[in-house]
Ligand binder design. Structure first.
Ligand code: TXA
Ligand code: MG
Length: 342
């Protein structure tokens, strides 16, 4: 009862047409896709992930023009942004068209949309839309059990969800994900562009208005702010305890400049892994999980490194984030959630 392993987008589209689920590669992470117009399959996405139905799904499109089919209005500055960003790791939350099922939107009056920058997956979505009467759209949350580390390879998907999928379902292998962290989620509020989840797309160059970031790390939200449930304090978490230390932390004999790291080394029996920029040396006895040169490589390696920590049975992972670069906010966000205990 294992999912089929596929390499051709046309075969993956046929699985979706028949009501199966397909784990699809995107530039960010692998997604667990169902045809967006198949409520039974969409329902299975929640069941297979163990995800509450109140957590809305991102609708993935093959073409930017289709945004108007799903959204009742697209503010002009946001349309300019998505036209330049797509295909790419940007998700926009927009007022939904009345017909869009509440199963997809978690009962909210908005819908999240993105066009992924992975050729195979856009071909799957387009092939689905070529079938009689079918929409060219899939819903796709990250293809991991709810709360666990997101998958950046087909093997990650198989190890996390394999036992929950059946021969009706499939995994489309598109190689390792190029970006490695999820898409940036934005909406448009009275104050302009708002970042709901930092991610793989850098919005800082957007010239219309300075972006504000919803402080989801603390869970604080005003009434005007939408729910972004994937931004729960504890998410993206491996079994090992994760300790996010300041970017300028260095380790030296007998301790470190980071107080958190010192406390762990004093814990008897701790088996410690380190994720840190290449210039940070590994303390004796620690296991180096990743030594990325910059924020892009860091993002690409992050989830594999967290998984390796669990495979090695490490008790703790110390993570020194990259000092600079457009992906720092996303990396720190994921590490903060991986380190949260509730
Ligand atoms: O990079 C990505 O975005 C990946 C790949 C597969 O595309 N997908 C992904 O999906 O990360 P998921 O389901 O793991 O996270 C989607 C996030 C959740 O936090 C969800 O609550 C939020 O998007 N979301 C979806 N619809 C929303 C809406 N209408 N309003 C606010 N947040 C929404
Ligand atoms: Mg997810």
């Amino acid at each position: 009862m294992t999912p089929r392993s596929l390499t051709h987008p046309e075969d993956a589209a046929l699985v979706l047409v028949a009501g199966g689920l397909v784990a699809l590669p995107t530039e960010t992470v692998y997604g667990l896709a169902a045809a967006a117009d198949d409520p039974e399959a969409v329902g299975r996405v929640f069941a297979v992930k163990g995800r509450p139905r109140s957590h809305p799904l991102i609708v993935h499109l093959a073409r930017a023009e289709d945004v108007h089919l799903w959204a009742s209005e697209v503010p002009e500055p946001l349309e300019r942004l998505l036209v330049s960003a797509w295909p790419g790791p940007l998700t926009v939350v927009l007022p939904k068209q009345p017909w869009v099922p509440s199963l997809i939107t978690g009962e909210q009056n908005t819908v999240a949309l993105r066009v992924p920058a992975h050729d195979l997956t856009r071909r799957v979505i387009a092939a689905l839309g070529e079938q009689d009467g079918r929409l060219a759209a899939v819903v796709a949350p990250s293809a991991n059990p709810f709360g666990a580390v997101s998958p950046t390879t087909a093997e990650h998907v198989l190890s996390g969800l394999g036992p929950r999928l059946t021969e009706r379902d499939a995994i489309l292998d598109g190689g390792p994900c190029a970006v490695g962290v999820e898409s940036t989620i934005v909406d448009w509020s009275a104050a302009g562009l708002r970042v709901l989840r930092p991610g793989g797309f850098d919005v800082s160059g957007f010239d219309s208005a300075p972006a504000t970031t919803v402080n989801s790390a603390t869970g604080s939200r005003s009434a005007a702010q939408p729910r972004v449930p994937g931004t729960l304090p504890s998410h993206y978490a491996p079994r090992a305890r994760v300790h996010l230390v300041p970017a300028d932390t260095h380790f030296h004999e007998g301790g470190s400049t980071g107080a958190a790291a010192v406390r762990i080394t004093e814990t008897a029996g701790a088996r410690i892994g380190l994720i840190a920029p290449a210039h940070v040396a590994t303390p004796a006895g620690w296991h180096r999980l990743a030594a990325p040169d910059d924020d892009r490589v860091y993002a690409r390696m992050l989830y594999s490194a967290l998984r390796e920590a669990d495979q090695l049975g490490l008790s703790d992972v110390v993570a020194v984030p990259p000092g600079s670069g457009p992906l720092v906010a996303a990396i720190e966000d994921r590490l903060r959630r991986a380190s949260a205990t509730e």
